[in-house]
Design a binder for this molecule. Structure first.
Ligand SMILES: [Zn+2]
Length: 330
């Protein structure tokens, strides 16, 4: 009998929470869009430095909610055991801790975030895209390259008007495998203007590559470039009227890096588990860096995106109920 009572209380609580979530979802901006911008291997030490991310901190942070500030009670971590890129991106797109422990795991077997969005909303193929400087982002975001519009690494973006960028990116190669961020960003800007995506993952990489080369000067230079890109992205959205007004931008990183002399790497240092996240959009409070009670990690990203984009059966929805208690979303 006791067990029955406990189960019915539990079911009642869960259904109330689901109703709360449904209610919240109907109150959110309809026809919303999300741009997920990831900056590979950018430490919180640099992201929260207003000399480096100058435009962001002077113009955009106060209109955002920012998590992971070292002077706040704000715990933001990676969710995986291994502190590597592919496991982190896989967690972001799958919504669960991945069993991938290297950067060499292949395509996922279960439906990814982008694939689900296309299926449940029946959106045109051009409305969801993965545009990344590192090819392996595609190993996290799609089960097959045919499923979602993509341009990962140095692969062309097969849309009209992108020919020139497709050619330039093959002539001007970086010294690592992949594509220079400047071409990835150019693709993204053109794609946003011409196709107004409902969901885009724009994934940049230069930062991590320069850091692994122990090149502090170019690491910082790439971060200052990201600061410029973020500013340009927000300006672009401001100029896109209703579309821009309904777009939420989530900026984060796949992992941090080591402290002091260990700043060049991340795989074997606990410190690199510390990350940060910044959200800006119609339903995101204008609070800047906040204190919050519960840990936020990569597992929260997929349910937040599904919530904002009106998916009814949100994958991992229990994770975001706590975020409401922390008032991360209004
Ligand atoms: Zn790395």
């Amino acid at each position: 009998m006791k067990i029955l009572v406990i189960i019915s209380i539990l079911l009642f609580t869960l259904s109330c929470e689901s109703e709360d979530l449904n209610q919240t979802q109907t109150e959110l901006e309809q026809d919303a869009n999300v741009i997920l911008l990831t900056l590979d291997g950018v430490r919180y030490e640099e992201f929260f430095n207003s000399d480096i991310f100058n435009r962001y901190w002077s113009k955009h942070a106060h209109q955002s909610t920012v998590l992971g500030h070292p002077n706040k009670q704000s715990k933001v971590r990676i969710a995986n055991f291994s502190v590597l890129s592919l496991p982190a991106y896989k967690t972001i797109h799958s919504g669960k801790r991945s069993f991938c422990f290297t950067n060499n795991c292949g395509f996922p077997k279960e439906e990814t975030l982008s694939e689900k969005l296309l299926r449940v909303h029946n959106w045109h193929q051009s409305k969801v895209a993965i545009i990344s400087s590192w090819f392996n982002i595609c190993y996290s975001a799609v089960r097959s390259l045919k499923n979602v519009l993509n341009s990962c690494g140095n692969k062309p973006l097969r849309l009209s008007d992108h020919d020139e960028i497709n050619i330039n990116q093959t002539i001007d190669l970086p010294s690592w495998e992949g594509r220079k961020d400047k071409y990835t960003f150019q693709h993204a800007v053109k794609y946003i203007i011409n196709h107004r995506p409902r969901f885009l993952h724009l994934a940049l990489l230069d930062s991590d590559e320069w850091a692994h080369k122990n090149d502090w000067k170019n690491y910082i230079k790439s971060l200052k470039k990201y600061d410029l890109y973020i500013d340009q992205l927000f300006k672009l959205l401001e100029n896109l009227g209703d579309y821009g007004n309904k777009t939420t931008v989530i900026i984060t990183t796949d992992h941090g890096r080591g402290k002091g002399k260990k700043w060049t790497s991340h795989g074997k240092t606990w410190h690199a588990r510390k990350i940060w996240m910044a959200l800006k959009g119609p339903n995101i409070p204008h609070k800047g860096p906040i204190d919050h009670k519960y840990e936020v990690n990569h597992l929260h990203i997929r349910p937040i995106i599904e919530l904002l984009l009106g998916v009814k059966d949100i994958y991992g929805k229990k994770r975001i109920l706590k975020l409401f208690k922390d008032q991360l979303i209004q």
